[in-house]
Design a protein around this ligand. Structure first.
Ligand SMILES: N[C@@H](CCC(=O)N[C@@H](CS)C(=O)NCC(=O)O)C(=O)O
Length: 208
């Protein structure tokens, strides 16, 4: 049994979706934003961030992308990751890390600008630059996606789940969809997967 320390609409959504696709047994523990429950959570993840994942052997993981990569490899029957010797493996890892480092971090700068400077007068600029970065990063993703259904062309993978989560946090998702019809199609394909629809719903990630 896994335990996922989570919060609806946060970075735990992709991990929850991957666990669902893998058919893994999981207990979801909602992490409060403040109070004693949050103070207690700091003993699990000293950064106070969600998600954290407790593994069946009782060890603990942080970092959502690491969890997604680990789980996809642990459940090969779910076919969420190209094997180590697959020619698609490099691109799969590239896009996982692209979304985890470039896009996720720009989202955090956009939504929490105050945490990115000791100078409160810098907040407006940090937020504005984060939005520029996000738009550039979505453009790069759209170009790579091209006419393909998924990041790896015809092959669905956990990177598509992770990417869709990051797309769902776009400051203005309707504009992203209007600019990039292929990102909209990609988002809809991921959201329509029977194991993912309920997870996206409980994370308020279903649009239209
Ligand atoms: N690199 C971490 C980032 C996790 C993260 O920043 N999570 C956000 C929610 S999406 C969070 O917990 N922020 C602190 C807060 O909301 O107070 C990961 O990928 O797991």
């Amino acid at each position: 049994m896994f335990t996922l320390y989570m919060r609806s609409g946060s970075g735990s959504a992709a991990v929850e979706a991957v666990l669902a696709e893998c058919g893994a047994a999981v207990e979801l523990v909602d992490v409060p934003r403040k109070g004693q429950g949050f103070e207690n959570y700091l003993t699990i993840n000293p950064r106070g961030e969600v998600p954290s994942l407790r593994l069946p052997d009782n060890s603990l993981m942080t970092e959502s992308a690491a969890m997604v990569i680990y789980l996809a490899d642990l459940y090969p029957q779910a076919r969420l990751a190209p094997t180590l010797d697959s020619p698609l493996r490099a691109a799969y890892l590239r896009w996982m890390l692209y979304f985890a480092t470039a896009v996720y971090m720009a989202d955090l700068r956009y939504f929490y600008p105050a945490r990115h400077s000791v100078d409160s007068s810098a907040e407006t600029g940090i937020k504005a630059k984060a939005e520029i970065d996000l738009n550039r990063d979505f453009d790069i993703f759209a170009k790579a996606l091209g006419q393909g259904s998924y990041i790896l062309g015809d092959v669905f993978s956990a990177a598509d789940i992770y990417a869709a989560m990051l797309i769902s946090w776009a400051p203005d998702i309707e504009t992203v969809f209007a600019r990039h019809s292929n990102i909209k199609k990609h988002y809809e394909l991921v959201a329509a997967r029977p194991k993912i629809t309920p997870v996206w719903k409980s994370n308020s990630m279903l649009f239209s």
